[in-house]
Design a protein around this ligand. Sequence first.
Ligand SMILES: [Zn+2]
Length: 217
Amino acid sequence: MLLCALVFLQACRGGRPAAVIPPAPEAPAFQAAFTAAPVPPAVQARMQGRSYPDGARIPLSELRYLRLSYIDFSGNPQTGEMVCNQAIAQDLIEIFQALYQARYPICSIRLMDDFNGDDEASMQADNTSCFNYRTIAGMRRLSRHSLGMAVDINPRENPYVRRSGVRPAGSEPFADRSRDFAHKIDRNDLCYQLFREHGFTWGGAWASVKDYQHFEK
Ligand SMILES: [Zn+2]
């Protein structure tokens, strides 16, 4: 288990880029690498009591299960899983297709349930995710993640910054956005541009707190 975690972290911190050529966008293999479907029963079972607690006020029928190809920090193609609201499923398919074509590096895309619904653990693993039925950190109000209408991208390098501190723990070096570093989301970033084109707002533009990983509709 510990070895797995170490290998996983190592994979996210980089390594030698591999010379892998993604399939052409028009190829059936490319289309098949990005799919949206009703949440399958096996995935529903994984979600129950984790990202989907008892009393969650959104029916599972309004959510979609996405399989998304992406390029990891080592330059290797991977397949990720994401659950989102049906209203943004097509947006996310198109955004992640464009990110893949541009070889935009993403550390990992796993369901929040792999982290027992623990947002901090997912962020510390630099995991990109969407649906998680939870309140906004430090508040009682439900987050847009609770409706599957918000996505967090590479959270370790793009932390949630407020006066009382930085989340996830350990991401303090990335809170200073005047610095230059890999995987930083700013207004020149492709990810930022794609989400804006699809009508999402960016947490990095908020006035009171800054949530550089966060895009919502
Ligand atoms: Zn978020």
